[in-house]
Design a protein around this ligand. Structure first.
Ligand code: ADP
Ligand code: MG
Length: 508
């Protein structure tokens, strides 16, 4: 029945009841409390002094009263009906509402025993409670009708209520299911997380990260020169900073020089500074990065791109802690700790002659390699968790991830390493509300998975065609015009296929 036709048929109290029940639907209380409210509404607005809801319990194979109004405890307890038994059992079985105006007839089995307390004027009405097409129970009321009251209208109202109660049931089922799913996901996530290591913003749970953190703590207590190696985005810059800020130099400058970003001609002046008049345009003297960093740490990023011409000067800093400004004969003592980083194979550069061997040894007193993310997948869940928290806070959101999406992220090879993961999570947090699912992940995540498959396999038709052409060529002694005639092709058509199938033309 549509809402409009309900309005036409039903008079004011019925509409009020439907409105009140609809309010309960929107409150999202638990099912039994909601149903209790519905029965109270029937009492308040419709003078129903006794009512109950029985639901079919598959485990008991019985309909059981789960909520009642006006019934005593023992009456509720007695309220058990087999399918098809009594009015309640029959309504459940058939789905057809029943009105019984005389409770003294045999059809009324009085299972609850309530009849003995009734005035005798009440009718008994039972209607099915439906969820979608399925009947899950029965709503039963005892109501006295005046002559002017229409029993037909009453049944109409109760049928609507039966459906609304079904909706309440469905709602609770869904909420429970979601809650359960979420609990399971949380459990799986926590298991996946395991013990987490962190230091100065470095997060992980892999042995690699644990060892890295141990090593950082050790080297930060010394002034040793450290060489960080690893692919782009693995955290080399982050580790360099951590070493500095854990060391006794933390109050002094941390200066980064990106050797690949500065043109060779400017790099020397940038690193070592210059005296007034050192070159055209040097109107004043200027301090270099090594001098500015005095007492602190110099981080030489992308050291593999350091021009050969400057390498002896870097070597000098490492050996003697001395620099010479451009245009000056005088050496200046500097107290700096040097950390360098590269995503190239420095030893390979030494072999090729573009990196000095002596400098290589000086830089790599303590070499620290950071493995790519795909070799320490167990860090992915903790990193995702870390970045979700970070970006949820930054963008004032509450985005989470489900277990399936997490699994896919763990399988993805992350060529851009943690930087790529960080950017991916940031984008998802900005774009998404609620839970990140499989369908929200970028499509290239899935393309990666299939890259092992061969690009093009020749079809059966193509293979047979190729065979036929070869046979025809052999038969005709590799005279193409005759082979073409045999096959029913023009010469050009045959040439095209010979090329397409890469058929070798044997010459005699
Ligand atoms: N283990 C880690 N835990 C948390 N954040 C990390 C970790 N490793 C890298 N990051 C973050 O990933 C990004 C890229 O790291 P970065 O140090 O710039 O890499 P690299 O210098 O090797 O290219 C940075 O935002 C950094 O903070
Ligand atoms: Mg870097």
């Amino acid at each position: 029945m549509t809402e409009e036709s309900a309005r036409k048929h039903l008079s004011t109290p019925e509409i009020t009841i439907i409105n009140e029940v609809a309010k309960i639907l929107s409150k999202g209380m638990n099912f039994l409390d909601s149903v209790g409210e519905v029965l109270k509404i029937l009492y308040s607005f419709w003078d129903v002094k006794y009512s109950y809801i029985a639901l079919y319990r598959k485990d008991l194979k019985l309909l059981k009263i789960v909520k009642a109004f006006g019934l005593k405890e023992d009456e509720v307890e007695r309220g058990l009906f087999k399918r098809g038994e009594g009015i309640v059992g029959k309504v459940y079985k058939s789905g057809v509402p029943v009105v019984l105006s005389d409770l003294s007839v045999g059809a009324y089995i009085n299972r609850t025993g309530l009849k003995d307390r009734l005035e005798g004027s009440e009718s008994f009405i039972a209607v099915p409670v439906r969820v979608g097409g399925e009947i899950i129970g029965v709503l039963a009321v005892f109501k006295s009708f005046d002559k002017k009251d229409s029993v037909e209208k009453a049944v109409e109202l109760l049928i609507i209520l039966g459906t609304m109660i079904g909706m309440l049931y469905k709602l609770e089922e869904r909420i429970n299911l979601e809650r359960q799913e979420w609990e399971e996901e949380k459990k799986a996530l926590t298991q996946a997380l395991g013990k987490k290591y962190s230091l100065e913003g470095i997060i992980g749970r892999s042995i690699a990260i644990k060892n890295l953190i141990d090593l950082i703590e050790k080297v930060s207590q010394t002034d040793t020169t450290v060489l960080l190696t690893g692919e782009s985005g693995t955290g080399k810059s982050l580790v360099a900073k951590a070493i500095h800020f854990l060391s006794s130099r933390k109050e002094k400058p941390f200066i980064t020089i990106n050797c690949s970003a500065i043109p060779e001609t400017l790099l020397e002046a940038e690193l070592f500074g210059y005296e007034k008049g050192a070159f055209t345009g040097a109107y004043t003297s200027k301090k270099g990065k090594f001098e500015i960093a005095n007492g602190g740490t110099v981080f030489l990023d992308e050291i593999g791109d350091m021009p050969l011409s400057l390498q002896p000067k870097i070597l000098r800093v490492l050996q003697d802690r001395e620099i010479e400004k451009l245009g000056s004969e005088r050496s200046i003592k500097v107290d700096v700790r040097i950390i360098s980083a590269t995503n190239k194979d420095l030893w390979d550069l030494v072999q090729k002659g573009s990196f000095r061997e002596d400098l290589y040894y000086r830089l790599s007193v303590v070499p620290i390699h950071i493995p790519p993310l795909r070799e320490r997948k167990e860090d992915i869940p903790v990193l995702i968790d870390h970045f979700l928290n970070l970006f949820n806070q930054r963008y004032n959101k509450n985005v989470r991830i489900d277990i399936k999406a997490l699994e896919i992220m763990m399988e993805y090879p992350w060529p851009g390493n943690i930087r790529e993961l960080e950017n991916t999570i940031e984008r998802l947090v900005i774009l998404k509300d609620g839970i990140i699912r499989e369908k929200d992940l970028p499509s290239y995540f899935f393309v990666e998975l299939h890259k092992e498959e061969p690009k093009h396999l020749p079809s059966i038709i193509e293979l047979t065609e190729r065979e036929e052409i070869i046979k025809a060529l052999e038969k005709t002694g590799y005279v193409k015009s005759r082979a073409a005639k045999l096959l029913g092709y023009t010469l050009r058509q045959l040439d095209y296929r010979i090329q397409k199938y890469r058929i070798e033309l044997k010459k005699f």
